[in-house]
Design a protein around this ligand. Structure first.
Ligand SMILES: *Cc1c(COP(=O)(O)O)cnc(C)c1O
Length: 415
C-alpha cells in the first residue's frame, strides 16, 4: 500500500484501542511505574532499556518506569517522526531542555561549537554562561557569513578539528534572515573528511518546521523544536522536541533518562492532540500571514517588512529561502516610522492581537523585540542585525485575516 501522508496518520498511528478498553483516543497514562508480568520479563525489559542487548525482530521494549518510557511519550515520538520521515524523535519538558540536552550530549570541554547568530535568547545564554564556563570553545557565523570560505578555512585550520557540533537557527528571530542549510550540510561532510572527526549538525526548526522546512534532508542529524510554539499551537503548554537519526536520538535519549527532562504524560497527551491539527493550523497561519504582509508593505507608516522570501530581504536570501523551505511561515517583523514611542503606541492599541511573547499559537501575538525578547542582547549587536526600537514582531494566528488587518489598521491610525 502507498505510504500515507502524516496528515492521515496523525489521529491513529502508534495506538491500539485494545490497550485501553477500545477507547478511540489514547488516554493519559498517568502512572509512574508499570507492572511486570514476570520477574524474567522485568529482567529482559531492563536489559533492553539499558542497551545491554538488542531487541529481537518486532520485539517492543517493555514499559518500566515513566522516566524511561511511557505510552504517551512513545506514541507522541512515533507520530512526530512522521512529519520529517525521521528515524526517531525525543520529547522534552521544554524547548530549552531539548536544546541543552543536544549540547550536553555532543560537546565536551575542549570541543568547539559552531553556532549561528542570532539565536533564541535562552540558547545564547546557555552557550555563553554555561558551555563556555566548562571550556567549550564557541565560534559564530551569521546569515552574511560566506560559508564556502569558512569551510575552506576550517578544513585547513586546527580549530576545525575541534568542531563537534554545527548548530543553526533559521529563519533567525526576529529578522527572518535565513541560513543556507545546504552549505552547512556540505561543511559538516568536509570537516569530517579533512579532520577525520565526528561532526553533528543540529537545526532549531521552530519557525518553519516540521511542515515547511526539513533540515534532515540537507544533512542535519537533528531538527529541534520549542514544541511550545507551532507544534503545540494553543499557548497552553511548554515542551521541546528533537527529531533525527536513530544514532543521534539514541545518544540524546540516553542522557535524557538521567537528566530526567522528558515530557510528562499530560504534556505528551496535549501535544499528541495538537499534532492532529498541525498541518491545517500552520497552513491557515501562513495564508493569513501573507495577507498581513501585503497590508503592511502598503502602509505609509511602515518603513520595512521582514519576511522570508520578500525581495527586501535580498536576492541571495530569497534564493536560499526558495530552495530550503516550501513556505515563508507566519512570523512577521516590521519597522514603524518613529521609533519606540510609535511602536509602543501601536502595541498598546491592538485589541484582537494580544501583546505577549511566544509564537506559533492559534491566536495572534505581537511584541517589541528590542525591549522584550531581545532585551538581553548588547545594543551594538542589535544594530548590526537591523534590530531597532522601531520593530514590532507579529506571530500570526488562525483568526479571520480581515479582522487581523482591521486591528492593525486601527492601531496604526493617525500615526
Ligand atoms: C521559544 C523558543 C525556544 C525555547 O523553547 P521553550 O519551549 O521556551 O523552552 C527555542 N528556540 C526558539 C526558536 C524559540 O522560539
Amino acid at each position: 500500500m502507498k505510504k500515507m501522508k502524516p496528515e492521515s496518520l496523525m489521529m491513529t498511528h502508534g495506538y491500539v484501542p485494545e490497550w485501553s478498553e477500545n477507547a478511540v483516543k489514547c488516554p493519559i497514562y498517568q502512572t509512574s511505574t508499570f507492572v511486570f508480568p514476570t520477574a524474567e520479563a522485568g529482567k529482559r525489559f531492563f536489559a533492553l532499556a539499558y542497551g545491554k542487548t538488542d531487541p529481537q525482530e518486532g520485539e517492543n521494549p517493555g514499559l518500566i518506569y515513566s522516566r524511561l518510557n511511557n505510552p504517551n511519550l512513545q506514541i507522541l515520538e512515533e507520530r512526530l517522526s512522521l512529519w520529517e520521515d525521521a528515524e526517531d524523535a525525543a520529547v522534552f519538558e521544554s524547548g530549552m531542555s531539548a536544546i541543552s540536552t543536544i549540547f550536553l550530549t555532543f560537546l565536551k570541554p575542549g570541543d568547539r561549537l559552531l553556532i549561528s547568530n542570532p539565536v533564541y535568547g535562552g540558547t545564547h545564554h546557555f552557550v555563553h554562561n554555561y558551555l563556555q564556563s566548562i571550556g567549550v570553545h564557541v565560534e559564530h557565523f551569521t546569515a552574511e557569513t560566506d560559508l564556502v570560505n569558512l569551510t575552506e578555512e576550517l578544513c585547513k585550520d586546527k580549530r576545525g578539528a575541534e568542531i563537534k557540533l554545527i548548530y543553526a537557527e533559521t529563519p533567525a528571530n526576529p529578522t527572518n534572515a535565513v541560513i543556507d542549510l545546504k552549505l552547512l550540510g556540505e561543511m559538516k561532510i568536509a570537516l569530517m573528511k579533512s579532520h577525520d572527526t565526528d561532526v553533528r549538525m543540529a537545526i532549531d526548526n521552530t519557525y518553519l518546521g516540521p511542515i515547511w522546512q526539513k533540515p534532515l534532508d540537507w544533512g542535519a542529524d537533528m531538527s529541534c523544536y520549542s514544541a511550545t510554539k507551532f507544534l503545540s499551537g494553543h499557548s497552553d503548554l511548554i515542551a521541546g522536541a528533537i527529531t533525527g537519526s536513530q544514532e543521534s536520538i539514541l545518544a540524546i535519549k540516553t542522557l535524557r533518562t538521567f537528566l530526567g527532562n522528558m515530557a510528562s504524560p499530560n504534556t505528551c497527551w496535549l501535544l499528541t492532540r495538537s499534532l492532529e491539527t498541525l498541518s491545517i493550523r500552520m497552513e491557515r497561519q501562513a495564508s493569513n500571514a501573507l495577507h498581513v504582509v501585503r497590508f503592511l508593505q502598503d502602509h505609509s507608516r511602515v518603513s520595512r517588512v521582514y519576511f522570508p522570501g520578500l525581495s527586501s530581504q535580498g536576492t541571495e536570501q530569497v534564493s536560499i529561502q526558495n530552495r530550503q523551505s516550501t513556505k515563508a511561515g507566519a512570523m512577521i517583523s516590521f519597522d514603524v516610522i518613529g521609533g519606540e514611542a510609535i511602536a509602543f503606541r501601536v502595541l498598546n492599541k491592538l485589541t484582537l492581537i494580544k501583546l505577549a511573547v511566544s509564537l506559533g499559537s492559534n491566536e495572534s501575538l505581537a511584541q517589541h523585540p528590542y525591549h522584550m525578547t531581545h532585551a538581553d542582547m548588547p545594543e551594538l549587536e542589535k544594530e548590526d542585525l537591523n534590530l531597532t526600537d522601531s520593530m514590532i514582531r507579529l506571530s500570526v494566528g488562525i483568526e479571520d485575516s480581515e479582522d487581523l488587518i482591521s486591528d492593525l489598521k486601527q492601531a496604526m491610525e493617525g500615526l
